[in-house]
Design a protein around this ligand. Structure first.
Ligand code: M6R
Length: 607
């Protein structure tokens, strides 16, 4: 949530900040602003609305300067407005701050500052920071920032400039991501790599409790106690094009079409001589044998992937698995000890609730394995084992290729565990592996079938409510299909376990209501047909997703999308793709802002 960027060098800072913010807009997009040092003063421009509003205003009213910070906001404290937008400044306009995160004790700090005579302009938590810097200012901005961060509770990535130190940006983080781009005669800060990739591929990843003092020719990193930190440089090995639309109208569509490659890239490095070789880590047989339960914890789409992970691990590795949404997990009474393995699933690797669950598990002695897409993310750095989904950058707020790569990752992890535990025959494991390797081409086939899906979307987009039903794995995929539709097309939708319909929800089925019925599970097919008949006989317009050898379904439904023959456990990777496309085309028909749905942000770094 929120993107921050900073530049110091000899180019026009405003242009570079805007370019960077364009790449970070996925993190928040309800307002944007910049603060640039012009001659000896900090010039501030900030507006409610998309980045384009800021851009237009800056075109009319250019700020020339070589150092500055910028921000794109997802509101938490205070509605989106010009005043609540970042950067925030102290009353004397000497200090400007951009912030990603939440200052949890801001009300107390605000009251203390008001009692000392400080005046607040905004309703934000962030505004306490420039006033605190002003209050504690020692003449040394780095020492002052150290004092100030010791007063802050909550999460923050901060970019700070001070007109009395006109060549310096201060960056500091706790629980919100921040990287430093290393240039030649110029340096950058940003919430995420795409913001600086045009200028450099060399970055430092700032850790919690570290402060960086950045000038155009130097980067000093230290801990808040003053100890110097020597960091390794992370070389980014992907191109800016990977984070561009590449001819597609939206990132979401591009990312849906990238799935065959993303799945292949995730599987290939783990497949060696007909067998699994996880590569990054080796879970020993002894360790796997000692694990008596697994928690899979995640949010949103990643949680839906976790449900499939449970199915794989329980079926093949015979270890009990509990799957929970991260925002609930900590508030229950989870049984965690040193024989527990927690698997956290997170595209961004920065989701605050997931990170908090990970930390709780570690505190209680469990080992944590991350399935994540972002190298160097907080979750990847704090986990004991990391399994990367090599999906490439996912920019659209709606997660698509991250989900399918999470599914194949969890399948590989489950089979690896089962082989080590000896709960699966090698021949069966090989058979499943061969099936996994077919998935990229099977997904490709669905993508070729897009005209049918566009046609269905042109009918569905008029509906106020849409239901998704399925049994077993199909139910989990229904949940994901329903989330996708809600998220990008603002259509009310529910996913139901098909057998549960008659326990209440069937009352909502009326003439013409679209019901998307997933019927890909061989062993549940006949039962699914009965459930489809239940909705059909109440007037529903039924669109089925079925395997290609099950044409008899055509007699019971209005439309069918066929997917390739695949083993039941793996159908999710294929059957979700028509649902992603359906959500996309319904949203397109409804004129929605597909890549940046209202009220949402890509990386949810607040709890
Ligand atoms: O980065 P994460 O995978 O941890 O994000 C979790 C959810 O916020 C995310 O999957 C969200 O539900 C997506 N916008 C759904 O498309």
């Amino acid at each position: 949530m929120c993107g921050i960027v900073g530049y110091v060098g000899n180019k026009n800072a405003t242009d570079i900040l805007i370019e960077g913010l364009e790449k970070l807009e996925y993190r928040g997009y309800d307002s944007a602003g910049v603060a640039v040092l012009k001659e000896k003063n900090i010039e501030l421009r900030k507006y409610k609305g998309r980045l384009s509003v800021l851009k237009e205003n800056l075109q009319k009213d250019k700020i020339e300067g070589n150092l500055g910070i910028g921000h794109t906001r997802w509101a938490t404290h205070g509605e989106p407005s010009d005043i609540n937008s970042h950067p925030h400044m102290n009353s004397g306009s000497a200090i400007a701050v951009v912030h990603n995160g939440i200052i949890e004790n801001y009300l107390t700090l605000r009251e203390e500052l008001i009692n000392k005579g400080y005046e607040f302009l905004s309703e934000t938590d962030t505004e306490v920071i420039p006033h605190l810097i002003d209050y504690y200012y020692t003449g040394d901005i780095v020492e002052t920032v150290k004092i100030v961060v010791s007063k802050l509770e909550g999460s923050y990535a901060l970019g700070i400039i001070d007109k009395n130190n006109p060549d310096t940006i201060i960056a500091v983080r706790k629980d919100s991501p921040l990287i430093i781009g290393i240039g030649e005669g110029e340096n950058f800060i940003a919430s995420d790599i795409p913001a600086i990739l045009k200028y450099t591929r060399k970055v430092y990843i700032l850790e919690d409790g570290e402060i960086a003092v950045i000038t155009r020719n130097n980067i000093d990193i230290m801990k808040t106690d003053g100890t110097r930190v020597k960091k390794g440089i992370y070389d980014v090995n992907w191109n800016l094009e990977a984070a561009e639309k590449g001819g597609y109208d939206h990132f979401m569509l591009k990312e849906i079409y990238e799935q065959p490659k993303a799945i292949k890239d995730t599987i290939s490095p783990r497949y060696k001589d007909g067998s699994i070789n996880i590569g990054e880590f080796d879970l020993s047989k002894e360790y796997i044998d000692s694990v008596n339960k697994i928690y899979i914890v995640a949010c949103g789409t990643a949680y839906h992937a976790g449900l499939l992970g449970k199915m794989f691990i329980e079926k093949y590795a015979k270890i009990p698995v509990v799957v929970d949404v991260a925002s609930e997990f900590r508030y229950g009474s989870p049984f965690i000890d040193e024989n527990t393995l927690m698997i956290v699933v997170s595209q961004s690797g920065e989701t605050a609730d997931t990170l908090a669950a990970l930390r709780l598990a570690k505190e209680r002695g469990a080992k944590v394995m991350a399935v994540t897409n972002v190298v160097g993310s907080s979750i990847s750095r704090e986990s004991d084992y990391v399994f990367y989904t090599w999906a490439g950058p996912e920019i659209a707020v709606a997660s698509t290729k991250a989900y399918t790569t999470q599914l194949v990752s969890l399948a590989l992890i489950g089979i690896d565990m089962a082989l080590k535990k000896g709960t699966i025959e090698e021949t069966e494991a090989h058979k499943i592996l061969e099936e996994i390797r077919k998935l990229p081409s099977q997904v490709e086939l669905v993508l070729k079938n897009v005209e049918d899906i566009k046609d269905i979307a042109s009918h569905v987009y008029k509906s106020k409510d849409v239901f998704f039903i399925g049994r077993g794995i199909d139910y989990y995929v229904s949940m994901e299909g329903s989330l996708k539709l809600k998220e990008v097309s603002y259509t009310h939708s529910e996913a139901m376990a098909a057998g549960e319909l008659k326990h209440g929800t069937l009352a909502l089925i009326d003439e013409g209501i679209p019901v998307i019925a997933l019927a890909t599970q061989d062993k549940l097919f006949d039962k699914m047909i009965s459930n489809i008949k239940e909705v059909k006989s109440r007037g529903a317009y039924v669109i089925a997703i079925a395997k290609e050898n099950n044409e008899k379904i055509e007699k019971t439904v209005d439309k069918v999308i066929y997917i390739s023959e695949a083993i039941d456990e793996l159908t999710a990777v294929i059957s979700v793709v028509p649902l992603q496309l359906l959500a996309y085309y319904v949203a397109l028909n409804r004129g929605c802002d597909i890549d940046k749905p209202k009220n949402l942000a890509k990386s949810v770094t607040v709890e």
